[in-house]
Design a protein around this ligand. Structure first.
Ligand code: HEC
Length: 148
């Protein structure tokens, strides 16, 4: 056997190792890139007994009632503003976040912007959870209670 014949497989092995290593690194990096997006995404809700909400979703209902209900109805069923239980079946999470921050003027009327209201801005995810539970029919037009 010539020296070359022994060297070539070693080089091939090293190249494979490098390839696998760089692939592993690439996969790890792409996972890292996804993480922050997931953390900022919609939070799940839990409803039991038809009206008992997990702590965060209940917080969302409280915020909703304080800041949104006068235009969108006590349980999101619509008043001067549109039915948000119906809206959340149509608009995306991102659109919801944007509309709440920047407001919206359309055919129905004028929705104020909330970007200077820290309480609403920090609670947007929780408000979304409550309204998503309404949109999914997990909770109806009933008074929510906090899960014990
Ligand atoms: C002063 C009344 C008023 C208040 C308070 C209000 N809204 Fe609105 N909202 C409206 C009106 C009117 C529209 C419809 C705008 C249009 O498209 O003509 C609207 C639209 C929206 C939409 C878009 C719906 C769709 O189908 O595109 C979302 C989402 C929304 N409001 C969420 C909220 C949330 C969350 C709050 C509380 C933080 C809130 N609104 C408070 C009046 C209000």
């Amino acid at each position: 056997m010539s020296t070359l014949n022994r060297v070539v497989p070693i080089i091939e092995m090293l190249t494979m190792k490098k390839l696998i290593l760089s692939m592993t690194v690439a996969i790890a990096l792409s996972n890292l890139a996804i993480l922050p997006a997931q953390a900022a995404g919609p939070k799940p809700y839990t409803v039991t007994n038809g009206n008992k909400l997990d702590v965060d979703t209940y917080k969302g209902y409280k915020l909703y009632r304080n800041w949104c209900a006068r235009c969108h109805g006590t349980y999101g069923q619509g008043l001067a503003g549109p039915n948000l239980a119906a809206s959340l079946n149509k608009i995306s999470y991102e659109e919801f976040m944007k509309t709440v921050a920047a407001g919206k003027t359309g055919q129905i009327g004028m929705m104020p912007a909330w970007q200077s209201n820290q309480t609403v801005m920090q609670g947007r995810d929780n408000i979304y959870s409550y309204l998503k539970a309404r949109a999914d029919g997990a909770i109806g037009e009933v008074k929510p209670e906090k899960m014990q």
